[in-house]
Design a protein around this ligand. Structure first.
Ligand SMILES: Nc1ncnc2c1ncn2[C@@H]1O[C@H](COP(=O)(O)OP(=O)(O)OP(=O)(O)O)[C@@H](O)[C@H]1O
Length: 293
């Protein structure tokens, strides 16, 4: 029951994952775990590795940011293996939601305690996400950020400041659990499985990862006052209390538009989807964490 493999993304967190994998392996060995380390060689590789290892190992540990966690967790849907996370990304939204320590030694000790939490595995047009997914300004930034030379929080903020003034809000038609929820103009339309983007920025404060429900947060066209208020409220866990913000929840969300396709993001990584966008939550896996839901 204590056979674990660490799947580490060597490029995550500007190269922090290799050291983190080695440190975690030695901590887990001290706690009588049988441990192996594998490194990803390209984007998408972690899903193939976790699928393959799910037959052999009880715990499959993602060492990386939310992108790596997404790939490893995707490989575990339909398996009995448990997901572990050693966070080394710049945002670490799912790890933070689950109250997994950001310190590698403490994160490895948290895995050794094996507190299991049910984790929904929602999909957007058939592709899994575990933290947040959506369209709008945040998705636009994930596409801009992916083309930048460096990663990390500093570059992310640079991209936000550069793009904020010129991004135009789009119109979306929303259906929630089979009911027409109207036409919306949105600057950001985020679907949360977990409550935060990462870095303790709470975009869907009421989201719980195992409740088989998705929480939508919709920000309308911004102005300076709204932008400032959202910036503060994101970190105070109160974006849903802002008078300009709308929230919805559902299991089956359909977003339509007069456009053919849209740039979106899944767990902070850029993705492109054809309309209609169909969000569903049915499946579940188990993750080791420190929170209750
Ligand atoms: N060996 C590799 N070479 C290049 N890219 C990789 C490799 N392994 C994984 N990737 C890709 O790296 C991307 C970023 O990974 P991840 O999100 O884990 O780290 P990060 O970008 O440092 O963290 P954050 O998203 O918090 O900034 C993932 O989309 C993944 O597909």
């Amino acid at each position: 029951m204590n056979k674990a493999v660490l799947i580490a993304n060597p490029v995550s967190g500007n190269g922090k994952a290799k050291k983190a994998a080695e440190v975690s392996a030695s901590i887990l060995k001290e706690k009588q775990f049988e441990v192996s380390i594998e490194y990803t060689e390209y984007a998408g590789h972690a899903t193939l590795l976790s699928k393959k290892f799910s037959n052999e190992f009880d715990i499959i540990i993602a060492v990386g940011g939310d992108g790596t966690v997404n790939e490893v967790a995707t490989g575990l849907v339909d398996s009995q293996s448990i997901l572990g996370i050693i966070p080394t990304g710049s945002g670490n939204g799912l790890a933070r939601h689950l109250k997994i320590p950001m310190n590698t030694v403490k994160a490895a000790e948290c895995i050794a305690q094996k507190k299991l939490i049910p984790l929904d595995a929602p999909t957007i047009n058939g592709k899994y996400f575990f933290c947040t997914a959506g369209v709008g300004f945040d998705a636009h930034i994930s596409h801009v950020f992916a083309k930048m030379d460096g990663r990390g929080l500093k570059n992310y903020i640079k991209a936000i400041l550069k793009e904020y003034g010129s991004y135009i809000s789009a119109h979306y038609q929303l259906h929630l659990d089979g009911k027409d929820a109207g036409k919306k103009q949105a600057f950001v339309m985020t679907v949360g499985n977990a409550a935060q983007y990462g870095n303790e920025a709470f975009i869907a404060p009421s989201a719980k990862v195992g409740d088989q429900q998705l929480e939508i947060t919709m920000l309308p066209a911004p102005n300076l006052l709204r932008g400032l208020s959202w910036g503060i409220r994101l970190f105070l866990k109160s974006i849903d209390k802002d008078a300009s913000v709308s929230t919805f929840s559902g299991k089956n969300i359909i977003i339509n538009s007069t456009e053919k396709s849209v740039n979106g993001h899944r767990d902070g990584e850029p993705d492109t989807w054809e309309y209609p966008l169909v969000f569903n939550v049915k499946e579940q896996i188990k993750v080791i964490g420190n929170s209750d839901n």
